[in-house]
Design a protein around this ligand. Sequence first.
Ligand code: PBG
Length: 341
Amino acid sequence: MSDHERGKWSRPPHRGRRLRRTVGIRAMVAETQLVAAQLVAPLFVIEGTSIRTPIASMPGHYRLSVDLAAREAADLAALGVGAVLLFGIPNDKDAQGSGSWDEQGPVARAITAIKAAAPTLVVWADVCLCEYTDHGHCGILSDAGVDNDASLPLLARAAVCYARAGADVIAPSDMMDGRVAAIRAALDQAGFVDRTIVSYAVKYASAFYGPFREAAGSTPRSGDRRAYQMDAPNVREAIREAKADVAEGADVVMVKPGLPYLDVVRAVRDAVDVPVAVYQVSGEFAMLHAAADRGWIDLDAAMWETSIALRRAGASILITYFAREIAMRLSDQESRDLVRP
Ligand code: PBG
């Protein structure tokens, strides 16, 4: 008589289902968690007061004047969200992007207002010229295209302006070579040795930035960003970029976008010993909303699943347009199970 006939294999030797039986057991053995303090909420700040204009492709997100951005930041802090990441949308743009180092500009003023409204919230300032240049590129232009080295002092100037306003974290997203070193040197020289640099070290030229560019009015007027942002096929190059930025003084490195680059998050996590952040970008957020609007996916479940995937891939810090929703559910015991469907 064979084993099969004796019924030996009708009783599986391993029962993985025991650890999946109830919500409590699943939570007990979860290898990865979402942590509110490690969520970063992006905010778009505009000039004026009491202005709140919706961003069509990003449901629940608005361009906020400084006063309303400060109120929003205080709300997020009360929910336990760890940080906000500020993007400025100025009224006037020029070839140099000079609005990026304007001490009266929306970002500098928002930093100060947020620090007053929510003193413990960590304030990140994105540093890039693309929202401030009339041509929409992330550095200044010369005949040969975006001029890397000529852009560095301008980025450094913006960084110092935000540090002076009170930013805890300077987050350069321009992808110019050498900008972390230039920014570190400028911050140190201005007396801001204590401010953190989170480098968008591994930022891919991506189709998923569309809604952001609509929100910020930062679509390049001509050409694209492929000559400075990374090329999707490459992962070894991502490690080189991350290590180079750490060597230049980056305290944290970021991978962006998130979901299409989970392998890159893992590779970077394994290659460097600084914290790794990941940015679930505007197009990822918009895509989930669009499908949910049609009733094709469950938004809460997809929010949780994609967020946990980014953590599982190795990121500790999650920059996400879902920060508020995730923190709300984490802080509310009743709806906790919604975070873990
Ligand atoms: C600025 C910047 C961009 C994003 C963050 N910083 C746009 C871009 O590079 O075109 C995208 C964020 C998002 O899509 O959510 N350089």
